[in-house]
Design a protein around this ligand. Structure first.
Ligand code: NDP
Ligand code: HSE
Length: 419
């Protein structure tokens, strides 16, 4: 099988190296050799330390869609639009199979891509974890009720180092970028957008149709402070950025945000660049997969697995079924859950009574309240943990509390999830 690769960055170079390093084994599993016949990137002169194979260089990546003699195209440029989208569309329209790691493109355009050739994207979600195959094929007999996961390696790496090593956010982010984990624009990682792209794909596989990407609720990790990480630890939780898609009576919930997860939940112990996905099916119960979610080796592992499937002719419909289902996405205000609320207040009599009165007026019931030490007349943190309540009520209460004169800064509000 002769392939053309567009993009020779972290993932593209990793794919070329893996195909070379494991050539014998890959040939045996694919039933034929997989040869990189053509490549394209922006800078032809850059030394990429690739094995010296006779690969043709193509200046315009989109030409790989129609270049004679290729059996498949591997798109590893990135970005939801631009040359990546042009190449994927043109290849599929030309009947040429595509393998991509591009979750942004799939989340935004997945529903409208031509169905005229196979499209494989194992690397697009959770890097080296074979979660697409697991959901679409291994769990195909199940009605999936919930899929949740740590879907961004960069964020998990940052949250882990902040907790374990008490390091600064910016310092750890720079390290994740140097290791090749972060997106070209790391704001995509830390603002939760990358995880939301992956969640939209998982939801599509779980529920049989792409969810509208702009209906996914997204919050990132910029607001997570060392103080909240420490309080979470004291309360028996860890803070993780989770993507959660859940079937409810009202429709499908699809949301990405930081969560407090009980320390004894398996997903709470998934640290560093590792990702994990939990799927709940009506027949199988709960399944959890864990592995490296970013980096050259793990991502190349998933891309090459797709190439082997193509070589063997193993094909499934893109979203697992031919006839798309249709579920509405439930607004975040309808979410029912427990919350962690951290306030900075002036330490003086009556403040907690005022806060409690607002919670009472909004129907929010408290599970616990935490305040350490005394600093009369000065600022102290107060942490409240609620019982289950609708998000619109919780937010209205938090807004009213923020307006109290004794509350000195915007409250930190973090959802609590079972994991
Ligand atoms: P990089 O930024 O490391 O590499 C991008 C590559 O695309 C570079 O080689 C660049 O060329 C090339 N490129 C950019 N524009 C063009 C163009 N117009 N025509 C041809 N080539 C172009 O990205 P990654 O390898 O990290 O990511 C690639 C894809 O894989 C993205 O979709 C990303 O989301 C996804 N992904 C990444 C993971 C990771 O861990 N990094 C994990 C899972 C998915 P040049 O080198 O000359 O600048
Ligand atoms: N930037 C992504 C992450 C790469 O950190 O998880 C893997 O998709």
């Amino acid at each position: 099988m002769r392939i053309g690769i567009a993009g020779l960055g972290t993932v593209g170079a990793g794919v070329v190296q893996l195909l070379h390093a494991n050539a014998d084994l890959i040939t045996a599993r694919a039933g034929q050799p997989i040869t990189v016949a053509a490549v394209s990137a922006r800078d032809r002169k850059r030394d990429r330390f690739l094995p010296a194979n006779p690969m043709e260089w193509v200046d315009d990546a989109v030409q790989l869609a129609t270049m004679p003699g290729l059996d498949a195209v591997v798109e590893l440029i990135g970005g939801s639009d631009g040359p990546a989208l042009q190449l994927v569309r043109a290849s599929l329209q030309n009947g040429r199979p595509v393998v991509t790691a591009n979750k942004a493109l799939l989340a935004v355009h997945g529903a409208t891509l031509p169905r005229t050739a196979p499209l494989a994207f194992e690397a697009a979600v959770a890097g080296g974890i074979p979660v697409i195959k697991a959901l679409r094929e291994g769990l195909a007999a199940n009605r999936i009720t919930r899929v949740a996961g740590i879907l961004n390696g960069t964020c998990n790496y940052i949250l882990t180092a902040m907790r374990e090593q008490k390091r600064d956010f910016a310092d750890v982010l720079a390290e994740a970028q140097a290791l090749g984990y972060a997106e070209a624009d790391p704001a995509t990682d830390i603002d939760g957008v990358d995880a939301a792209h992956k969640l939209a794909i998982l939801a599509a596989l779980a529920f049989g149709h792409p969810v509208r990407f702009d209906a996914v609720y997204v919050e990132g990790i910029r607001q997570i402070s060392a103080l909240d990480i420490a309080f979470a630890e004291e309360l028996g939780y860890r803070i993780k950025l989770l993507g959660i898609a859940r079937r409810t009576d009202a429709g499908v919930e699809a949301r990405v945000h930081p969560c407090l997860v009980p320390q004894n939940a398996p997903i709470a112990r998934v640290d560093g660049v590792f990702n994990a996905v939990v799927a709940e099916g009506d027949a199988v119960g709960r399944v959890m997969l864990e592995g490296r979610g970013a980096g050259a080796g793990p991502t190349a592992s998933a891309v090459v697995a797709d190439l082997i499937d193509l070589a063997r002719g193993r094909l499934t419909p893109v979203w697992g079924q031919d006839t798309p289902a249709d579920d509405a996405v439930v607004p975040i205000g309808q979410h029912l859950g427990a919350y962690y609320l951290r306030l900075m207040v002036i330490d003086k009599p009556g403040v907690i009574a005022d806060v409690a009165a607002i919670l009472r007026d909004h129907g929010v019931s408290l599970e616990s309240l935490l305040q350490h030490g005394r600093s009369p007349g000065e600022s102290v943190p107060v942490v409240l943990v609620t019982h289950e309540v609708r998000e619109h009520a919780m937010r209205a209460a938090a807004d009213a509390i923020a307006a109290l004169p004794a509350v000195l800064e915007a409250p930190a509000l973090i959802r609590i999830e079972p994991g």
